[in-house]
Design a protein around this ligand. Sequence first.
Ligand SMILES: Cc1cc2nc3c(=O)[nH]c(=O)nc-3n(C[C@H](O)[C@H](O)[C@H](O)COP(=O)(O)OP(=O)(O)OC[C@H]3O[C@@H](n4cnc5c(N)ncnc54)[C@H](O)[C@@H]3O)c2cc1C
Length: 303
Amino acid sequence: MRSRRSATAGPRPLDAADRAVKPAAFDYLRPGSVDEAVAQLARHGGDAKILAGGQSLVPLLNFRIVRPSVLVDINRLTALDFIEAHGDGLRIGALARHHTLETSLLVRERFPALAAAMRHVAHLAIRNRGTIGGSLSHADPAAELPMMALLLDAEIWTSGGRHAADGFFLGPLTTTLAEDELVTEIALPTLRPNTGWGFEEFSMRHGDFALAAVATTLTAADGKISEARLGTAGVGETPLRLRAVEAMLVGEPFTPELAAEAARLARAAVDPPSDLRASADYRRHLVAALMERALNDAWARAR
Ligand SMILES: Cc1cc2nc3c(=O)[nH]c(=O)nc-3n(C[C@H](O)[C@H](O)[C@H](O)COP(=O)(O)OP(=O)(O)OC[C@H]3O[C@@H](n4cnc5c(N)ncnc54)[C@H](O)[C@@H]3O)c2cc1C
């Protein structure tokens, strides 16, 4: 037990308890290039973990839920920290921080739904550190970025090649990435002209993970919906695209009644979990309410 000290006493020497850290011991590597990082990952196999923003990994380390023997810190790979125009689409480096996505003029102009979604990711201090590559690799089912990648038909480029976002997320915290594969950049293809968007999220407090979130784009042509995309987060083991509801909307003239019908179908299409924060039925209710709003917003913006 520590003895009591007077407020005026000088600094107390560190004891063993002070020196103990929360995570299990690990070796720390800081590669200077993508090739070096991949070589280090390959050398240590499943024992190594990439450290990007650390906003998901460090809590897992502190609780000793993960105990890698090696951390490969990629924060020196500054070539992966970029946002660039690519045709009318965008290329985003894996180390682009959430707050950079939120405030980038290019993102706001070309993918305003993405900029809007970023404001719902945690708190500013976390958004200053968290990276797009980390969020997609971590694959939290309630996270905004995986849903947006799926909605926007993103391509996820890695040291091993290209993954379509559709099919990348296999389950909670599980993707198709190999143990020694490093996400390097994300490509967002051009949206068609006259495409509007909607984003809605409900969480217990601002900055919490979503109980349910939805995102949608609608493209207008000749007064009808020519393309529809509907995504959800927090209501399944992975983010979802509601393809059957999208197909029902295409070719139809938009009406508020059609949005309400699509929202009812969206509610029936999801199979959310029940947990301490919300029942499955409440989450289904949220999907319907949020989707109806998002579809009306998307159509208003499409025109
Ligand atoms: C209090 C709190 C609230 C949060 N709320 C939200 C929220 O509302 N919405 C949300 O989406 N997120 C939320 N987060 C998580 C945050 O967005 C994280 O920043 C993000 O999920 C992970 O990004 P990172 O760069 O911090 O990754 P890290 O924590 O460094 O890594 C996460 C995982 O991805 C792997 N990884 C990282 N980069 C790569 C790469 N380039 N290639 C391959 N694998 C890689 C790591 O090895 C690790 O397994 C919250 C976090 C905290 C602490």
